[in-house]
Design a protein. Structure first.
Length: 271
């Protein structure tokens, strides 16, 4: 029986490696096709101005000096610091407030119209006010990113913690669990899939808000580099910025998925 189990385990691992290899191959194939079409488009469509729509080969020529000088890494590090700090603050507050909104009736009643109202307000709408109040330093950028990351985590945490199966709650109560034990041993584990979904959405949204935050006034960062390229008519810098933001978003999402699979394999198997 043990040998049979080991054989099934090895077979499952081989299938998993085959699926991973297939996915990576398809990802690379998609990237190659995209770059190839991009390279050929200015040639095929004569109306396109190569100066305004540079092919990837020309973008790569502008990318090399930015990497060699270290300027690109400076912008990437600055943007990552803002995104990580703002996301951490927003996601943490989102979980705390979401649980409170779901499990504390009076808190939910008082804050429901406020949070739902502000959730409908685009982040871009509060940029002028935040800059007016806090200036153009690092604080307004972090506040804007935290604002953007807060609401996806808050609403998914609220739904997950509110809709916990009553059987779980009654079972915990019958076993003499305190409210503290019920919260950490029943409510949060049951709401975890919803929380993880909100965090994944917040990661992507943090990068979106990052661009708006840096464009509101900054001396470094990916969006600042893109804005500078626009002012100096370095179109390649703008395309480099778009590519870097896309790469950061993809990498962050893959890392989140990897960590989730390692820490919560049962969640990954369900999804």
């Amino acid at each position: 029986m043990t040998e049979l189990q080991e054989e099934f385990k090895r077979l499952a691992q081989r299938k998993k490696r085959a699926r991973r290899f297939k996915r990576i191959t398809l990802n690379l194939l998609g990237a190659i096709i995209f770059l190839g079409l991009w390279e050929l488009t200015p040639t095929i469509i004569s109306r396109l101005n190569p100066a305004l729509f540079p092919p990837p080969s020309k973008v790569a020529q502008s990318l090399a000096p930015l990497i060699a000088s270290g300027e690109l890494w400076t912008h990437i590090v600055a943007s990552l610091e803002r995104a990580i700090v703002g996301f951490a603050i927003g996601a943490t507050l989102g979980v705390i407030v979401g649980v409170a909104s779901a499990r504390v009736e009076w808190f939910s009643g008082v804050t429901e119209p406020i949070f739902h109202g502000f959730r409908a307000v685009p982040v871009l709408a509060i940029v002028p006010i935040v800059v007016l109040w806090f200036g153009i330093g690092e604080s307004p950028k972090i506040i804007l990113i935290a604002w953007g990351a807060f609401f996806p985590v808050w609403i998914t945490t609220l739904i997950g913690a509110r809709d916990v199966n009553t059987i779980y709650l009654k079972s915990a109560a019958s076993l003499g669990a305190s409210r503290f034990d019920t919260l950490f041993l029943v409510v949060l584990p049951a709401a975890l899939p919803f929380i993880l979904t909100g965090i994944r959405q917040a990661i992507a949204l943090s990068l979106v808000v990052l661009v708006a935050a840096e464009l509101s006034g900054s001396l470094n960062g990916i969006a600042y580099m893109m804005s500078l390229g626009n002012q100096l008519f370095y179109v390649e810098w703008m395309f480099i910025g778009i590519g870097v933001l896309g790469a950061l978003g993809f990498t962050a999402d893959r890392l989140f998925t990897l960590v989730t699979r390692r820490l919560f394999p049962w969640y990954s198997s369900q999804n």
